[in-house]
Design a binder for this molecule. Sequence first.
Ligand code: AMP
Length: 491
Amino acid sequence: MDEMATTSPWEDDDKPHEECGVVGIWGSADAAALTALGLHALQHRGQEAAGIVSMEDSGVFHAHKGRGLVGDNFGDAAVIAGLPGRAAVGHNRYATTGETALRNVQPLYADFEFGGFAVAHNGNLTNAHTLKRALVRRGCLFQSTTDSEVFVHLIAISLYSTVTDRLIDALKQVQGAYSLVALHNGALIGARDPLGVRPLVIGRLPAGGAHVLASETCALDIVGAEFVRDVEPGEIVVINDEGLTSLRPFAKQPSRFCIFEYIYFARPDSIVEGTPVYDTRKRIGAELARESAVPADVIVPVPDSGVPAAMGYAAEAKLPFELGIIRNHYVGRTFIEPTDQIRHLGVKLKHSANRAIIEGKRVVLVDDSIVRGTTSRKIVEMVRAAGATEVHMRISSPPTTHSCFYGIDTPERSKLLAAKHDVAEMARIIGADSLAFISLDGLYRALGRNGRDAASPAFCDACFTGDYAIPLADLQDNAQRPVSLLAAANS
Ligand code: AMP
């Protein structure tokens, strides 16, 4: 297969980061098929590549990975048949490092003296380069350019005897955000970083009692599993035929779940940390209307991510909610991305104005975020061209002023519109009659808090505040080298 030039929506960005979905199954004869279904439900978390590693009771592992969507790689019964066993782990990758070489597609697998080991990681490690340099110096041979490979080498060199202890040893050395699922001949393991930045949930199949781990509850729903609970921040769950054991190797500290999962990233039908994402987005929209209502005739969401917030806004503002923009769901990302010129057209390919709804109206557009401003500018222009008399843009997040280093794909800071411009300038740049973002306190209120407690914020909101709760060692490490000198290859 040809290597794609690059795959991130922010395609000239070369910062390493990963948005991903993970699934793990223990105790079902259909482990690989269930994992594939779970990955399918988590497709929104990563569309570039998918992989599954299964394990037979004998400790023999099987792997299948490929670029593209879950359905492209696991839609064939013969592929699933080639992944036998009662346990499996899977991964959807939103590759953003400028290469989607197969060597980077997870789960990663390695043979150890204790047997096979597979790991799939959602999140981003902030000291991976620093660790990698030290590991390479002592003889570790890296096969990929993904930060997740440091887990494998740290486990390999650990002096602890059990696999779980070796994994804990590795987790104590990494910094950053991780929700991971790992598999060895003895257990399925799930782990979340001490601040619980990325999600991970536990489910159980009613028939047979197989355990399921997944990034979001929508993956439990698709396989018919009952939601048991979230893996807690800093918790490690070890699952085997004896049941589930919970370990807490880290000192407890206040958690910092990613606030952007609520705003944009998680699927609206998922329940995250006990709260339905859909309801949360509607509450954010209502709060946004309370903060920045404007006289208008119609509230129009920028689909799909702006829909629940726009519904909440319209209900609060007592204005009609209409689908004034229609999204074409059949636009392949690879089609819209290869060149700058095509990317420019891309927004039009994806969205079109519904003139019958918009013409002669004062329109409030609701979207979840402005990153570079490309989408907003195009949408505003399109809505005006369809005859809107006024176009007001309302955003259900505060201005995105900082890059994420914990697993949400964002361009470097200089490319973020809000890092360089105030709201009035942004309104002018996107061509809107007015622009407003929800306030940080308003966002926290919509999430059931009394505003943001600056001394101990309940969420990771670094993209809006620059308050990075986990150290960014690699950023400060001037001796950084490229993660690999092997140029993106068909490896
Ligand atoms: P931009 O056009 O660069 O301002 O991007 C804003 C649009 O991208 C919004 O409509 C969001 O729904 C969407 N968006 C926000 N964050 C991400 C992300 N991490 N990955 C992909 N799309 C995103």
